[in-house]
Design a protein around this ligand. Structure first.
Ligand code: HEM
Length: 474
């Protein structure tokens, strides 16, 4: 077994998020990976209890990933109630690269089985193969670098509005505050809705906020669990979605009626102009699925990344001081960017990614059979001490002038499924991080690190990135 490549810095205690054990960096040893005809042995299994391991997926993904890496190295198996066959979990960059570059025929994404499926139906996030390729091509243009420049002003305005409402001495949850900004940005980018928009559009904004508020209630968590592995929602989720759908459909109908090709630049307007290979426009249902996907995938992830960034910063006086200095000086870009890269390394909002291998697959010394669901441990990969010295230390300097690697820094995933909104998300995080650092001084509400909490596929700060505002400038 290639156990020598295990992240030796992985903490032995369960509370990995409080760990700061220094460890010497080591050489990174390659590990062969990809389709194979060789018979091989399956990866070693972590524990035996199906129920226990399934519960850890819901509550303690970090604990599971670090324990597996510490005990078995680069690749291990887990039996769960999610699948009959054990899942394989890897955190080696060569294994990751083999999965990202294999393409949809050999290693399709498993996002279609995610909890988002009953909500968004068939969309770019949930379908695979040729339908995915077509949808992705349709949606690419508004997310390209050049198109993102158009959003810059909206992000800046929404950020100014939000920070303008902060008062010295008060306590806020930064993830919630950032969510107001990211929701405004996505609503104007996707639907072209802003504060001056009409009635149907304001109703849609209200309904979305209501559904999002609802989605964190205990009742919603239950119906979320009930909807898992179904393609239709049930319970409170179904009820909330029916309300939201009426509002989405009203906006789509209004836009179709008033549509002048080329007049507006929001994504809904662009999609109204699109034709498929047979020259047919997208149906209302198809439009609804894509738009809802963008809204749901596009704002909480970014907002929680901001929450995590400042959760780390207010507990790291050196980097926080440097960031404020950089943001208040002339030349802030490098350090702001490095801070974002580092916070997404130590606290990736999506801690695991799923692929299903369609051929027998080698991972180092182990081979898994065709059909196995393979999870990439983003969080454990990001904490390998052969990739990052002192991996549990928050140190943005490691990214100053360094471009993160495509199979060693993967908070946005990779290959043909890499996050479609990554450029937009980075722009939002740059502006929010720089403005918060420039205009405010914050301190931790408590010195204890925030515990990671799992919601849907995301890992979010347990207290929402709680801070006290000690000063705020205009
Ligand atoms: C910090 C913020 C964000 C993070 C950490 C994030 C992360 C991710 C990850 C890990 C994936 C799956 C990649 C894979 O399986 O390889 C993904 C997919 C996706 N994301 Fe994001 N995302 C963020 C923001 C956004 C934004 C702002 C949007 C859109 C407005 C967006 C839209 C999407 C879509 C549509 C997909 C599916 C892509 C596909 O399957 O082809 N995301 N994202």
């Amino acid at each position: 077994m290639t156990t020598s490549i295990a992240p030796s810095a992985a903490p032995h205690r369960g509370r990995w998020w409080e760990d700061a054990t220094p460890s010497a960096s080591r050489e990174w040893a390659p590990s062969p990976a990809g389709p194979t005809d060789d018979p091989g042995t399956p990866p070693p299994l972590l524990g035996t209890g199906r129920l226990r391991q399934t519960l850890r997926f819901a509550h303690d993904q970090g604990g599971l990933l670090f324990e597996g890496a510490r005990r078995h190295g680069d690749i291990f198996g887990v039996t769960t109630m999610l699948e009959k066959r054990p899942l394989a979990i890897t955190a080696h960059p060569d294994h990751v690269k083999s999965l990202f570059t294999a393409g949809p025929a050999l290693a399709p994404s498993t996002a279609g089985q995610s909890m988002l499926r009953p909500i968004v139906g068939d969309s770019v996030l949930t379908v695979t193969g040729e339908p995915h390729r077509r949808k992705r091509k349709l949606l690419m243009p508004p997310f390209h670098g050049k198109a993102i420049a158009r959003y810059r002003e909206q992000i800046q305005e929404a950020t100014d509005r939000e920070i303008g409402s902060w008062r010295a001495g008060s306590r806020i949850r930064l993830a919630d505050a950032a969510q107001k900004v990211t929701l405004d940005v996505i609503m104007s980018g996707v639907f072209g809705i802003d504060y001056s928009s009409g009635e149907a559009e304001q109703l849609l904004r209200t309904r979305l906020r209501q559904l999002l508020g609802l989605s964190v209630s205990p009742l919603a968590r239950v119906s979320e669990a009930l909807s898992m592995r179904r393609s239709e929602p049930v319970g409170v989720q179904k009820w909330g979605l029916a309300h939201l759908d009426r509002a989405v459909m009203a906006v789509i109908a209004e836009r179709r009626a008033a549509h002048v090709p080329g007049e507006r630049h929001d994504i809904l307007s662009l999609l109204l102009d699109t034709r498929d290979d047979e020259g047919e426009p997208l149906s209302d249902g198809e439009l609804r699925n894509e738009l809802l996907t963008l809204v749901l995938a596009g704002h909480e992830t970014t907002a929680n990344s901001i929450g995590w960034a400042f959760e780390r910063l207010v507990r790291a006086p050196g980097p926080y001081g440097r960031l404020r200095e950089a943001a208040r000086g002339e030349d802030d870009e490098d350090y702001v960017e490095a801070t974002i890269h580092e916070s997404m390394r130590v606290r990736p909002v999506i801690p695991m990614l799923g692929r299903r291998v369609k051929a027998d697959w080698r991972f180092g010394d182990a081979v898994v059979p065709a059909g196995t669901r393979v999870l990439i441990g983003v969080l454990s990969l990001h904490h390998r001490d052969d990739l990052y010295a002192d991996p549990f230390t928050f140190d943005p300097d490691r990214f100053v002038g360094v471009k993160p690697g495509s199979s060693t820094w993967i908070p946005f995933g990779g290959g043909d499924r890499r996050c479609l909104g990554a450029t937009l998300a980075m722009e939002e995080m740059r502006i929010l991080t720089a403005e918060i650092a420039r205009r405010t001084d914050l301190k931790a509400v408590s010195q204890a690190a925030e515990r990671p909490v799992h919601r849907n596929v995301t890992m979010i700060p347990g207290r929402g990135g709680a801070v006290e505002i000690t000063s705020v400038r205009p």
